[in-house]
Write a protein that binds this ligand. Structure first.
Ligand code: G3H
Ligand code: 13P
Ligand code: ZN
Length: 310
């Protein structure tokens, strides 16, 4: 199958009522863990690199590591995606570099500025066969006492979303319905604005939506990290059943980074604590890679529903 855009993946996911996982990658072990899980589950997968990931590993390493995965797992549809591209230039660089999908994140700009920037990226990317994700609305958790007017100012407006998609020609849209990045997503109970999501799906029939900030921050991983010297207090993520529900409502791409970080760190902390005399990095990176695999396999199978969809 090799390297593909997300076009076909999203079409099938939309029709099948499931979502494709977009997992953030930063190094070899993370890529290997994700790919082993996708192979085990026979699932399509999106490997996404942020600007920070490209800076950390170096753009050349990132690209070559993904290419290695594509070559070694030829049975899998794999999409190489730029996560949160901030400028036209970084999107262009990734398009020119062989990415099959880029995100232009103009969510911090005004509606018109976001449209202009997204349109520019779409025009460049499409002529090279690359698909584009954009973002409309601001990612933030729903506070218990938030007013409707405040929610409207932050979250994605369905009417604006329709206009945005029409005027930009974008291929998928990240929407704000209460998810946010990191390990501290909600102060009180976890809540997503499913009413808004339903309106978005109704008004954008057949169009793939994207959910960022979709880690669930499992309690067992937080507890394990804390048990072995971590200090991660009051962390809270998006409950898995909410993600499953969203996957059946037109959300075709679900972004997960924090849970990978937690799985690796909790595992490495345990080894440092239990085997203080060990200093071969393979002694902790191998189990950390296995922890990524277990976590990603669980997401694919029990949360996203993309097992067997290659
Ligand atoms: O949404 C952001 C992703 O979690 C990537 O994070 O910019 O620290 O690589 P990063
Ligand atoms: P999490 O921080 O919830 O894993 O979200 C990741 C993300 O949205 C990457 O773009
Ligand atoms: Zn994100």
């Amino acid at each position: 199958m090799a390297l593909v855009t997300s076009k076909e993946m999203f079409k099938k996911a939309y029709q099948g009522g499931y979502a494709v996982g977009a997992f953030n990658i930063n190094n070899m072990e993370i890529i290997q863990g994700i790919i082993e899980a996708a192979q085990q589950e026979k699932s399509p997968v999106i490997l996404q690199a942020s600007a920070g990931a490209r800076k950390y590993a170096g753009p050349f390493y990132i690209k070559k590591l993904i290419e290695a995965a594509v070559e070694l797992a030829p049975e899998l549809p794999i999409c190489m995606h730029l996560d949160h591209g901030e400028t036209f230039e970084i999107c262009k660089e990734c398009v020119d570099d062989g990415f099959t999908s880029v995100m232009i994140d103009g969510s911090k700009f005004s509606f018109e500025e976001n449209i202009a920037l997204t349109k520019k990226v779409v025009e460049y990317a499409h002529q090279k066969g690359v698909v584009v994700e954009a973002e409309l609305g601001k990612l933030a958790g729903i506070e218990d006492n938030i007013k409707v007017s405040e929610k409207d100012a932050i979250f994605t407006d369905p009417d604006q979303a329709v206009e945005f998609v029409e005027r930009t020609g974008v291929d998928s849209l990240a929407v704000a319905i209460g998810t946010s990045h990191g390990a501290y997503k909600f102060k009180g109970d976890a809540k997503l604005d499913f009413e808004r999501l339903q309106k978005l799906t109704d008004q954008l029939k057949g169009f793939p939506l994207v959910l960022h900030g979709s880690s669930s921050v499992p309690g067992y991983l937080v507890d394990k990290a804390n048990q072995f010297g971590g200090k991660i207090d009051n962390a809270k993520g998006v409950p898995e059943e909410m993600l499953r529900k969203a996957a059946g409502m037109g959300v075709c791409k679900i972004n997960i980074d924090t849970d990978i970080r937690l799985a690796m760190t909790a595992t490495i902390r345990q080894i440092f604590s239990e085997k203080p005399s060990h200093f071969d990095p393979r002694d902790y990176l191998k189990p950390a890679r296995e922890a990524v695999k277990q976590m990603v396999a669980h997401k694919i199978k029990n949360v996203l529903g993309s097992s067997g969809k290659i």
